[in-house]
Write a protein that binds this ligand. Structure first.
Ligand code: ATP
Length: 236
């Protein structure tokens, strides 16, 4: 579904990605793990067109999307939940969700998806008329994910969904990621610093170090890999 071929991405003179290649098949949850500053967020931004690659190619459903605008990429079915859950604080929960569906015209489908996200996150249903900015951090993350789901993405890009959340909420969010993948067959590309949880959730994983992919394998094999255990799983 998604293929990166030798992608290099720069911020001015700083080369954040040094020729990375990876592949995600339809229906998979694939995680990208690595230390702070390894280039994980930049990889997602290179896919969704926010920071276009300078070299290499990005293919989505066999179509070359390198250099397309981020709006066009959303239209093709790739939706990102950026790090730091950027919801619209002055809009209500309901209005935030409406924004997620702005490209859609299928009213019955939209109504169904409202029900679906409210089932996933009953807290959001309770707070549907409350301004986004008054929600807790965990609820804002729920809203950011739900808003993305309202766009019915084929490929959902999640950047550090666990960031700053209490462990119980992190568990809940990851269960829901698995559920969405199961229910809606949404393909998920998950960037995470919580490597343990990410590898337990994903089918396949990539490990990134200073702009390069250094390992790729099934998530189960990466969880058992001595090097991964030492560097990313706290030796467990
Ligand atoms: P984190 O988990 O901290 O977000 P990351 O693995 O996602 O880390 P990136 O944010 O992709 O890493 O950063 C990769 C490299 O690019 C780092 O060296 C970072 O300092 C640099 N970088 C990121 N954003 C910018 C920017 N806007 N301008 C200049 N350099 C940047």
């Amino acid at each position: 579904m998604l293929k990166l071929e030798s992608v290099s991405t720069f911020y001015g003179n700083i080369q954040a990605l040094k020729g990375i290649s990876l592949e995600i098949k339809q229906g998979e949850i694939v995680t990208l793990i690595g230390a702070n500053g390894a280039g994980k967020s930049t990889t997602l931004m290179s896919v969704c067109g926010v920071v276009p690659p300078r070299e290499g190619k990005v293919f989505f459903e066999d179509r070359d999307i390198t250099g397309l605008s981020s709006d066009r990429i959303v239209e093709l079915g790739i939706v990102q939940v950026p790090e730091g859950r950027r919801i619209f604080p002055g809009l209500t929960v309901k209005e935030n969700l409406d924004m997620g569906a702005y490209l859609r015209k299928d009213k019955p489908g939209i109504a169904k998806d409202f029900e679906y996200v409210f089932e996933l996150f009953p807290r959001l249903a309770e707070r549907r008329n409350q301004a986004g900015g008054t929600l807790s951090g965990g609820e804002q993350q729920m809203l950011a994910i739900s808003r993305a789901l309202m766009g019915r993405p084929k490929l959902l890009l999640l950047d550090e969904p666990s960031l700053g959340l209490a462990p119980i909420l992190v568990q809940q969010i990851f269960k829901i990621i698995e559920q969405v993948n199961r229910d809606q067959k949404t393909t998920i590309f998950l960037v995470e610093q919580n490597a343990n949880l990410a590898l337990k959730t994903a089918h396949k994983g990539y490990v990134m170090e200073t702009g390069r992919i250094t390992l790729s394998d099934t998530a189960a094999n990466l969880l058992a890999n001595a090097e991964v255990k030492r560097a990313y799983l706290g030796g467990h």
